[in-house]
Design a protein around this ligand. Structure first.
Ligand SMILES: *[C@@H]1O[C@H](CO)[C@@H](O)[C@H](O)[C@H]1NC(C)=O
Ligand SMILES: *[C@@H]1O[C@H](CO)[C@@H](O)[C@H](O)[C@H]1NC(C)=O
Ligand SMILES: *[C@@H]1O[C@H](CO)[C@@H](O)[C@H](O)[C@H]1NC(C)=O
Ligand SMILES: *[C@@H]1O[C@H](CO)[C@@H](O)[C@H](O)[C@H]1NC(C)=O
Ligand SMILES: *[C@@H]1O[C@H](CO)[C@@H](O)[C@H](O)[C@H]1NC(C)=O
Ligand SMILES: *[C@@H]1O[C@H](CO)[C@@H](O)[C@H](O)[C@H]1NC(C)=O
Length: 504
């Protein structure tokens, strides 16, 4: 069976700022960390062409290429372009596809990986335009994230660690194996012990953070808020908690287009969302104590020229992936964009890596987020995993200025709309959307009704899936509040009675 593994995304950007360990033990000026994880785009695809605006960025100049057949030097050479547009369908990003993209073959022993199999892998998917799709990036003036931007650096690439404890949505592999339980400790619990830094979540269709079983406990019920009703209001009133995870819409509808940047969704919508969150934070009385982190969950199959680290990367916890790959989670994934925004970061900062700290092979990757939060808030709990202990942290980046900057723009430019036409609400749900529907089924108790919970949602349209998950979320929280009122133990998780039998 083809198991999709978390594509361990990853990172780097070769350190420039030598002798400057980006870690510090002094008290941090940051009291609120806001995290937004967008979906499935590589660094070069989103930001690579920004190199022409700032040569310090380890991006592209168009000389990057892949042969369409890695073993045939006479085969067509596909160069990286700047014509990225509306992407549909989604490029391949299964475990095997990624392995081929970064190694060009099934031989994974090369250090560092040659990053030469993107065109070949795209071709194997059969689409005529596949290579052009995967070997392309956005022109800097297409998106906010790429448009002449503000205070939003450093762009340090990170990664989706395949650790069972990333900051937000769990890596796909774990989702797939255990839709019901994703049981490990998370940074949210570590923060819960510190009343001054509560963690909260705002989401739209469904909070993907609920993949974490612990977060379904009654004690967290009051911590989830609908984005539209609460985020702006709390920011305006200076009431944002210490750690905020903001989730986007994963379901595309005419009235509310998806804004997660995931292909085939319009990047314009995702960038508008980034703009809205930024402007909301910028206008908040809490701005001077805020760090806003934007990253991507993985590269989504798009080309990146920087070799993924596959040497000296510790397994988070010695868990080994399933047959036939028995993947040891000892390699990071393809580089993704990461942008840190704060008035405490000097303008134009580009950071390439953690500079040999805390370990000589350390990199920035997704575990850098919990690691940074642990530092900034001086949490006494141990790292979640060995990967977190190894990951570089961003706290030192926030401690080079004596005062917060006052020149951060209040408004960001408006990105360019890319997709023509409306959302197709009758489209079948994607694999990821189906996983979200399965999560909704667990919340609703519908998974108990069938011996094939993995099939739930398979035949739903985007419209049906959206309705299903929104109603599941509503009943889950209603039942949770009712149970709390009745004095049920906070450690319990509400179990709903199945409703699937009453559905057509
Ligand atoms: C962090 O917490 C420890 C106690 O756990 C304390 O000794 C130390 O001073 C704190 N550091 C800062 C910067 O607040
Ligand atoms: C790639 O090139 C090799 C060597 O020329 C050839 O044996 C192989 O069939 C080619 N693969 C494809 C998919 O064309
Ligand atoms: C990798 O191995 C599989 C089966 O073992 C084969 O089907 C596939 O073509 C190989 N991929 C490459 C890029 O050689
Ligand atoms: C942030 O700090 C700057 C510099 O000290 C100050 O001018 C500004 O008013 C502060 N902004 C807020 C929202 O407190
Ligand atoms: C991103 O790619 C992974 C596969 O690598 C997939 O499992 C996941 O569902 C994708 N994310 C979305 C939002 O589709
Ligand atoms: C999906 O539809 C197909 C064809 O209509 C049907 O055979 C299959 O059982 C359906 N699957 C589910 C999970 O309802």
């Amino acid at each position: 069976m083809a198991t999709t593994t978390c594509p361990l995304t990853l990172l780097l950007f070769l350190l420039l700022l030598s002798g400057h360990p980006y870690s510090s033990s002094a008290a941090s000026p940051i009291k609120t960390v806001v995290v937004l994880v967008m979906e499935n785009r590589s660094f070069d695809h989103m930001l690579g062409w920004m190199k022409k605006l700032n040569p310090e960025i380890n991006g592209v100049d168009g000389s990057e290429s892949n042969l369409i057949n890695t073993t045939d030097p006479k085969s067509t050479r596909v160069f990286f372009g700047s014509q990225s547009h509306f992407v549909d369908p989604d490029p391949g990003h299964s475990f095997q596809a990624i392995r081929e993209q970064i190694f060009g073959s099934n031989d994974t022993s090369t250090i560092p990986p040659p990053m030469n199999g993107f065109a070949q892998q795209a071709k194997s998917m059969g689409s005529q335009h596949a290579q052009r799709r995967q070997m392309n990036g956005f022109d800097p003036d297409k998106c906010v994230i790429g448009g002449s931007p503000p205070c939003r650096r450093p762009r340090s690439p990170t990664a989706c660690t395949s650790t069972p404890a990333p900051p937000t949505a769990p890596p796909p592999m774990w989702r797939r194996c255990w839709p019901k339980r994703y049981p490990q400790r998370t940074i949210f619990e570590d923060l819960r012990g510190r009343m001054e830094y509560p963690s909260e979540y705002t989401s739209q269709n469904i909070p993907a953070t609920l993949f974490y079983r612990n977060l379904r406990k009654l004690k967290y019920v009051g911590k989830f808020h609908p984005y539209g009703l609460s985020f702006k209001k709390d920011a305006e009133n200076g009431k944002l908690p210490g750690y905020v995870v903001v989730e986007q819409r994963y379901m595309d509808s005419k009235a509310e287009p998806a804004n997660d940047d995931h292909p085939s969704h319009d990047v314009y919508q995702g960038q508008m969302f980034v703009k809205e969150v930024y402007e909301t934070l910028r206008a908040s009385p809490q701005w001077n104590e805020t760090l806003f982190v934007i990253t991507y969950d993985e590269h989504g199959g798009f080309y990146d020229h920087v070799a993924t680290p596959n040497h000296g990367v510790p397994s988070p916890d010695d868990i080994v992936g399933p047959d036939p790959f028995f993947f040891k989670f000892d390699r990071l994934g393809v580089r993704v964009p990461t942008i840190l925004i704060s008035p405490w970061i000097p303008k134009g900062t580009v950071v390439h890596g953690p500079n040999g700290w805390p370990f000589p092979t350390s990199e920035y990757e997704h575990s850098s987020i919990p690691a940074t939060v642990r530092k900034i808030f001086n949490l006494s709990s141990p790292p979640l995993t060995r990967r977190e202990a190894w990951a570089g942290t961003f706290d030192g980046i926030l401690q080079t200025l004596k005062q917060p900057r006052t020149d951060c723009p209040e408004k960001l430019p408006t990105p360019v709309k890319i997709r023509q036409g409306d959302a197709n609400e009758d489209a079948k749900v994607s694999e990821f959307q189906q996983e979200l529907i399965q999560l909704a089924a667990v919340l609703k108790g519908d998974d108990l009704l069938t011996s094939y919970p993995g099939k739930i949602g398979k035949n739903m349209s985007v419209r049906e899936g959206k309705e299903y998950m929104e109603s599941a979320v509503k009943s889950f929280f209603e039942a949770g509040f009712a149970a709390k009122k009745m004095g049920v133990d906070e450690q319990q998780i509400v179990k709903m009675r199945p409703s699937l039998s009453t559905r057509p």
